[in-house]
Structures are given as structure tokens and as C-alpha cells.
Design a protein around this ligand. Structure first.
Ligand code: SF4
Length: 440
């Protein structure tokens, strides 16, 4: 009889796409994939080091698995497994922990699935994680996450990702295009490009440190893949977002006018401490360039509050900077100390209560920004891709420029694109519309 395997993914889109690759390995070995809430013979948890209280979350998930099947084999992979293998191995019920180089070979480490007396660790020095494994995942039947790059050569002082994922390296252009074609054959309408630092695309494509191709080459070629209706650049560092890429997106067949650009701080003092590779002036310039060629573009911003040395003045600088900028929403992260990072030893620690107060202020600003952006879009005609879930009697969808819309549930709309006129904002902040043509 086939053995059952279940997966739990924490963290980013990259982790989701890698879980899919690991799941395919199991399928090739004859396993049957079931939901995490179902009884499985093996539970695989793909961990994240960025997640707040990562250890607590992990323990809860292990307990959840054990409750469903106390005899199941439990394996942990992913960033947290690379950074703190022993910590995870010591959690009651864990049988196997695999580091960055071993995670894709997981089935080699599994024999008869009988439980171990202790958590077995197979880890590596992160310097050894210099090879590339391509991945993509199908999210919710409407969009796919396509991994194009992994690792990062930057040295941002708060970040553990280079320690968990290794140096910057890329998939080959041929392989990315092949994956994109494969996805399009599955009737998926949208591809989201993922990676750790995707603007660095091309580095290490053929195992060396050179850029064989650039991110601009990648976007240019992907835009030509037939059958993909939409392509979305997920997150790109501001210093790597070139004018040529912005221009290309503005004239593109499939790339949508939506950018997510990490800022992290609006104070140059803090940006320097973070060792980011730009100053706030460059960020303004990027936003202005996008808006100049695509006034309707949606721009999302990552920002960290409570970084060491962030005084009230520095925070206000960030707040006012963002308030004045023509952006559409914020993702606010509260700074938390990470082992083995430079920032963890910096002076000027911001008290936890101040961090959460600042986070609340910026989240409030984000609500206002999103509302203003949506209001600005009312009366315009946009194309919506409808999602697959019935959410309390409604179906949701996103326009090309990331306005979230809703309408009463109609299963025939799932995974279809429709031109609509955005008409009003509901109490829950989502946008109503009229179909331009009769729906279906
Ligand atoms: S760019 Fe900075 S924050 Fe982003 S992964 Fe690289 S080191 Fe981390």
C-alpha cells in the first residue's frame, strides 16, 4: 500500500515552491500526498527563520502532527533547520533534520519510517550550498510561484538568510523558460517570480560568480512565453530595479504594473547601519520613475521598525517619508534580534513596547495608503483574475495592479479573467465592480 506524506510550509513563497519540489520527489518514490490535517506516515515541516517565535511555532506543528498520528515519522527542513539543527532535533517527536544541501535528497534519508529514539541531524556548512535546485509550485489553481534565484551575497546586518540559504545563484534561463511553459500548459493564468534576491538574477547561472544574463534579460524572455497571461515580479531590491526593467514592464504583454520594493527604513542613518545598498533618495527616484511611466502601478513597501539606533527622530523620518511617498501599501516588520547577525550586538536597543507602538503606527498608515490607492482606481477599467476559494459567500480576485475585489460566489468565475469597472469600496475595504461584459 502507498505511504502517505503531508507537508507544512512556514515562511515565504520560495519555501512554498521548494515544498512542491520536495513533494514531487516523494511522488516519484511512490508516496501519496495528503493534507497536513490528515493521517500520514511522514510529516515534513519546511521551516523559516524569519517567522516570529519560530521555535514555538515549530513545536506546535510537531505536536499537531503527533496528535493525528503518534507513530508518524517527523522531518524538518528549511532555513531554521539549517540555522539551528540541534534545537529542532531536540524537540520531542522529531526524527530527522536536514540542512540546506540535504533537503532535496530527503527520500534518501528515509528507510522504513520507523521512529528514531532521537532527532537525527544531517546538516552542512552553508558554504557547501552552492548548487541550484529549480522549483515551482501551483498555489491555488490560479497562480504559480516560479523560483528563479536562491541565496544572497548582500550583508544586511539584521538578516540571517545568507546564513540559511548560502550565496546568490540562479536557475539557467533555459530552465526558467521551460518551467514557465510547463506551468502555462497547466492552465495557470499567473506566474509570480520568486527568489531571495531576484534582481541579482543571472549570477551563478553556470556555477560561476559572473552574470551570464541579467534580470532584464529574464523579464524580456519570459514576456515572450505564450500562454502565460500574467507575470508578476514579487520583490526586488530598489538598487537593482533598473529604469530599463520599469520601462519594459510598462510596455509589456504579460508583466503587470505591480512592484514590491523593500525600503526597510526612511532614515539614511538607519539604512547605513543596516548596510542596505541605497539611500532614501534612490528610493524616491525609483517610485517616481515607476509612477511616471505607469501612474496606476501598485507599489508595496517592506519596512522594519525598532532597528537598533532607531530614535524617535529616525522613526518619524521614516513615517513622514512614507506618508509623502506615492506608494500603495506597507508590509511592516518589527525588528527582532537574530543570533549571529551584526545587528544583534549593536547599541541603541529599542524597547519592545516602543517597537510595537511604531509597528502599529505604520500599520495604520498602510491602511490609509491602500484606501487612497483604491479610491484613486475607482471608475477605471481593470482586468481581474478570480481566485478559487469561496470566502463566506464571496469570490475574491486581484486586478493587474493588485486591487483586491469581491463579488458574490460564482464557481464559473474561478481562474478566469474579466475586464471590470471598479465602482466602490465596501466596509471591509474590498472593491466592488461592474462587469464590462456579461460574466461568461
Ligand atoms: S538583500 Fe539583505 S535582507 Fe535581503 S536576503 Fe540579502 S542580506 Fe537579507
Amino acid at each position: 500500500m502507498k505511504k502517505n506524506v503531508a507537508f507544512y510550509t512556514l515562511g515565504c513563497k520560495l519555501n512554498f515552491s521548494e515544498t512542491s519540489t520536495i513533494a514531487r520527489t516523494f511522488k516519484d518514490e511512490g508516496f501519496n500526498r495528503v493534507d497536513f490535517s490528515e493521517k500520514a506516515d511522514i510529516y515534513v515541516i519546511n521551516t523559516c527563520s524569519v517567522t516570529e517565535n519560530a521555535d514555538k511555532r515549530f513545536k506546535t506543528i510537531v505536536k499537531q502532527a503527533q496528535k493525528i498520528n503518534p507513530d508518524a515519522f517527523v522531518a524538518a527542513v528549511g532555513c531554521y533547520a539549517q540555522l539551528k539543527p540541534q534545537e529542532l532535533a531536540d524537540v520531542n517527536g522529531v526524527d530527522l533534520v536536514l540542512g540546506a544541501t540535504e533537503k532535496f535528497k530527503i527520500t534518501d534519508y528515509i528507510n522504513d519510517l520507523s521512529k528514531n529514539d532521537y532527532g537525527e541531524v544531517h546538516s552542512c556548512e552553508i558554504e557547501d550550498a552552492d548548487f541550484y535546485v529549480g522549483s515551482y509550485s501551483i498555489g491555488d489553481r490560479t497562480r504559480a510561484f516560479l523560483k528563479v534565484q536562491d541565496g544572497c551575497d548582500y550583508k544586511c546586518t539584521y538578516c540571517t538568510i545568507p546564513l540559511a540559504r548560502g550565496i546568490s545563484r540562479s536557475d539557467t534561463m533555459d530552465n526558467v523558460l521551460k518551467n514557465a511553459r510547463e506551468i502555462s500548459e497547466k492552465n495557470i493564468k499567473e506566474i509570480v517570480l520568486t527568489g531571495v534576491n531576484i534582481g541579482d538574477y543571472g549570477k551563478g547561472e553556470f556555477g560561476n560568480k559572473k552574470h551570464e544574463h541579467t534580470f532584464l534579460d529574464l523579464v524580456t524572455e519570459l514576456d515572450k512565453v505564450e500562454g502565460i497571461e500574467r507575470l508578476r515580479i514579487s520583490s526586488i531590491e530598489p538598487n537593482l530595479l533598473k529604469n530599463e526593467t520599469i520601462d519594459l514592464v510598462s510596455k509589456s504583454r504579460a508583466f503587470v504594473p505591480h512592484f514590491h520594493v523593500p525600503l526597510q527604513s526612511g532614515s539614511n542613518t538607519i539604512l547605513k547601519k543596516m548596510k542596505r545598498r541605497y539611500m532614501r533618495e534612490l528610493y524616491v527616484d525609483r517610485v517616481n520613475k515607476i509612477k511616471e511611466v505607469m501612474p496606476h502601478a501598485c507599489i508595496g513597501v517592506d519596512v522594519i521598525v525598532g532597528f537598533p539606533g532607531e530614535t524617535d527622530e529616525c522613526f518619524l523620518e521614516t513615517y513622514n517619508f512614507l506618508a509623502d511617498l506615492d506608494i500603495s501599501y506597507l508590509h511592516v516588520f518589527t525588528y527582532s534580534e537574530r543570533d549571529n547577525t551584526e545587528a544583534a550586538n549593536m547599541e541603541g536597543v529599542v524597547p519592545k513596547n516602543v517597537r510595537s507602538k511604531r509597528s502599529k503606527m505604520l500599520r495604520g498608515l498602510s491602511v490609509k495608503k491602500r484606501r487612497a490607492f483604491y479610491e484613486n482606481q475607482l471608475g477605471s477599467y481593470r482586468t481581474v483574475l478570480f481566485e478559487s476559494e469561496n470566502k463566506e459567500g464571496y469570490i475574491h480576485g486581484f486586478t493587474e495592479n493588485y486591487v483586491k475585489v469581491k463579488t458574490p460566489w460564482n464557481p464559473e468565475l474561478v481562474n478566469t479573467l474579466h475586464k471590470v469597472e471598479l465602482t466602490k469600496i465596501d466596509e471591509d475595504g474590498l472593491v466592488r465592480f461592474n462587469f464590462e461584459e456579461a460574466p461568461l
